[in-house]
Design a protein around this ligand. Sequence first.
Ligand code: FES
Ligand code: FES
Length: 161
Amino acid sequence: MINTTYVLKCAINGKAVAIPVPASKRMSDILRDDLLLTGTKVSCEIGRCGACMVLLDGKPVNSCLLMAYQAAGREVTTIEGISAGEDLHPVQQAMLEEGGLQCGYCTAGMVVTLTALWEINPAPTRAEAEQALCGNICRCTGYEGIFRAVERCGLSIKREG
Ligand code: FES
Ligand code: FES
């Protein structure tokens, strides 16, 4: 029988890792099972809900569709790597202040997606935020708190200037 275990070498939340994983294992399972980074959630498992969103070289991807070999040599950032230690990222702070969550199951994925948007466009319009979040489903909030959080991020940046 062919041994399909693969040593995945990549950076996760800024730290180099080298872990043996089956080549067919999904990144979402590697994060949760092998690295205990359980902030990444799994729901649909087919790339539809965005609960499992992580950044791959700064761009949001569904980690349930990302295989081990696809992350080799690249930088993966999970929700655990979004904040700077105890200091929340402005997107996280805005989500808290605007009540952009209820059960919280989608929140990590939402924050990851919005952080990627914030990096390239810190004052997005509602349309730009809707476009960015088209791959993230929330079953609880009705989205208004989430979009208020987006607006708050933009407003806080404008006030700083
Ligand atoms: S669990 Fe990956 S997109 Fe739903
Ligand atoms: S807050 Fe419950 S799914 Fe979004």
